[in-house]
Design a protein around this ligand. Structure first.
Ligand SMILES: [Fe+2]
Ligand SMILES: [Fe+2]
Length: 310
């Protein structure tokens, strides 16, 4: 079976037009566990999110008429709708940080300039590969966060509810841009070469910018010398649970394989407790609590038990 024809999860992709009312009141200055270093690390990533999501939406929209597989096309349309809503809600969250004095807007302007330059120079199919690469990164970060909800114990319910909604939807649509790219590129060696080139380009351009912005936010917030917070961030990011270490192991390494497909890591069971609770209540905070309860009871169980319990 060609990897482009794998259809795991297409029926999971569902657009929910939710508004979380993100504001300086609901998004504290140090919103991630009241801890400055890890918060600003996430801010450095989130500064790229709204514009990045609009870029992947544009890349997918351009390809809709070239998709011959109706299930891929339908999933791509729902993917675009989901990303549009994510971008809107993250705009509001980033604006809340600006109101706290964290210059997310300046950093976003830099990302916009980089994105426009890349859009001018890259062809439509290569931009699709770039979208698949970014979407893999967001799916992996989502997977790590879904596997470690204890990281969010001291985070406000509004922020946790919003971000877990996003983690669930990133998981739902994690194969869509990859399959669109496979279909429009024709797959094979050429597609693999383009995908690897976008991985190198994306890493080379965005990693230094994200790290620079992390330090910039810490400096603006007068937290650069907050050593206890820095040590906690190093522990969380690289050791326990090691967000970046885990992301590297489940992100970069499998992505290097020519046979890679996002659903090789089938983690649908992890999002089902959230989805069922949301369907029942229409409330993202209750869905987040239901997910936490499921995770506490079944998170470390065997996949079959986990799915039955979800
Ligand atoms: Fe998203
Ligand atoms: Fe996404």
């Amino acid at each position: 079976m060609a990897i482009a024809s794998r259809k795991i999860g297409y029926d999971e992709v569902e657009h929910r037009d939710l508004s979380f009312g993100m504001s300086p009141e609901t998004v504290p200055r140090h919103w991630f566990n009241n801890d400055p270093w890890i918060t600003h690390c996430m801010n450095a990533i989130l500064a790229a999110v709204p514009d990045g999501e609009r870029w992947v939406m544009q890349a997918m929209s351009k390809q809709l008429d070239n998709l011959h597989d109706p299930s891929v096309r339908k999933a791509a349309i729902n993917f675009i709708r989901q990303e549009r809503t994510h971008a809107r809600e993250h705009d509001a969250m980033n604006a809340a940080m600006v109101a706290h004095g964290i210059p997310m807007d300046r950093v976003e302007a830099v990302f916009k300039a980089v994105r426009k330059t890349l859009q001018r120079h890259l062809g439509d199919v290569t931009q699709c590969a770039m979208a698949a690469t970014f979407e893999h990164f967001t799916a992996v970060i989502s997977q790590v966060m879904l596997d470690h909800p204890e990281l969010w114990d001291d985070t406000s319910p509004e922020v946790s509810a919003m971000l877990y909604w996003h983690f669930v939807e990133e998981t739902e649509h994690k194969s869509v841009s990859f399959d669109v790219f496979q279909e429009v590129s024709g797959g094979g060696v050429r597609a693999y070469a383009i995908r690897m080139a976008t991985l190198v380009l994306g890493t080379a351009v965005f990693m230094p910018v994200v790290n620079g912005n992390w330090l910039y936010f810490l400096w603006k917030d007068r937290q650069l010398t907050n050593i206890p917070s820095a040590l906690r961030a190093v522990k969380t990011l690289f050791f326990a649970p090691g967000i970046f270490r885990r992301a590297f192991l489940i992100d970069v390494l499998p992505f290097l394989s020519p046979r890679f497909h996002p659903w090789d890591a089938d983690n649908r069971d992890v999002i089902h407790a959230w989805k069922r609770a949301y369907e029942k209540t229409g409330d993202t905070q209750q869905a987040y609590q239901a997910f936490r309860q499921w995770h506490a009871e079944f998170g470390s169980g065997a996949p079959a038990e986990r799915e039955v319990a979800a």
